[in-house]
Ligand binder design. Structure first.
Ligand code: GTP
Ligand code: MG
Length: 283
């Protein structure tokens, strides 16, 4: 995972005494958010002694540990024989389709049966992209007619999955901007349609955000959570210049826990989020 405090560490170890303005700037640029940054700096300054680099490292770690929730349980199939339904939503290009495929791969490797559903029906290329993934990974795939209503594709897929005893259904949706009312309403329709099969569906509604977009990801999380119930976050592209701090601020502000992280383009470069591991790898 990206060591998002690399820069910070190298600076604070060189500079004694600590340059507070610089520390603030570095914490903010790690996407930890202004609120967290101010709290960390205040707490350090109120230690009442000369603050050392180790103090900063410890404080950042303990602060994040206090904010983030306990890890969620790994996903497990429903016991009533119906499929566990996962929807992937987010703005364009964040990594929804890739993450849907990677998640299918992860679940398949845990021994579960999985179906990928192409509910991004706007572009033929989008359907094809997911189809190629499903063939490569050897998982079930369902698509609709070109330009079909995404809800109907999800409805049919659920029916098929239930009939065939498939344990996990992952619905990939088209990228959309929160400003497009009709597209946001479509997400709600997908949910309502799935609920005709199972009132608890979707069991996991994942917002996918690209870590390299920094505070934009926070904005997306705010807007999407107004339109749909989100109960998990996927943070992609943490292998690049992505600053993982964003997942801390999103949880703090919106209570959406990070469930998975993407750390590359390959199917295995995707992990369940683990708080301790994240903190250990920060510095
Ligand atoms: N380096 C890196 N690249 C990623 C990661 N996740 C996705 N990508 C790349 O990001 C690009 C966009 O991914 P998609 O999965 O097509 O994104 P999308 O959200 O489905 O895009 P739309 O359907 O067009 O909205 C692809 O080139 C992916 O390979 C990641 O964790 N790390
Ligand atoms: Mg896509």
């Amino acid at each position: 995972m990206a060591k998002f405090f690399d820069k910070l560490v190298s600076k604070i170890f060189k500079e004694k005494p600590i340059d507070w303005d610089q520390l603030e700037a570095d914490l903010v640029s790690s996407d930890l958010g202004i609120r967290q940054t101010m709290e960390i700096v205040d707490e350090l300054q109120s230690l009442g002694r000369k603050v050392k680099a180790d103090d900063v490292v410890e404080k950042v770690k303990s602060h994040i540990n206090d904010i983030l929730p306990e890890d969620e349980q790994a996903l497990s199939p429903l016991e009533n024989g119906k499929p566990y339904v996962i929807t992937m939503v987010g703005v364009n290009g964040v990594g929804k389709t890739t993450s849907a495929a990677k998640l299918a791969f992860l679940l398949k490797n845990q021994g579960y049966s999985v179906m990928l559903v192409a509910a991004d029906t706007f572009r033929a290329a989008a359907v094809e992209q997911l189809e190629v993934w499903s063939q490569r990974l050897g998982v079930e795939f369902v698509k609709g007619a070109p330009n079909a209503d995404p809800s109907s594709v999800c409805y049919t897929a659920h029916e098929k999955a239930e009939r065939e005893g498939i344990q996990f259904v992952i619905c990939d949706t088209a990228g959309r901007l929160h400003t497009k009312q009709n597209l946001m309403a479509e997400l709600d329709k997908i949910k309502r349609t799935l609920q005709k099969h199972n009132e608890d569906a979707p069991h996991l509604s994942l917002l996918v955000v690209d870590a390299t977009t920094g505070s934009n990801a926070m904005q997306q999380a705010k807007e999407f959570s107004k339109a749909v119930t989100l109960n998990g976050l996927v943070v992609t592209k943490l292998d690049g210049s992505g600053k993982g701090g964003i997942l801390v601020s999103i949880y703090r502000e919106l209570n959406i826990p990070t469930r998975f992280i993407g750390i590359g383009e390959e199917p295995e470069q995707f992990e369940e989020f683990r708080r301790q591991r994240f903190i250990d790898e920060l510095l």
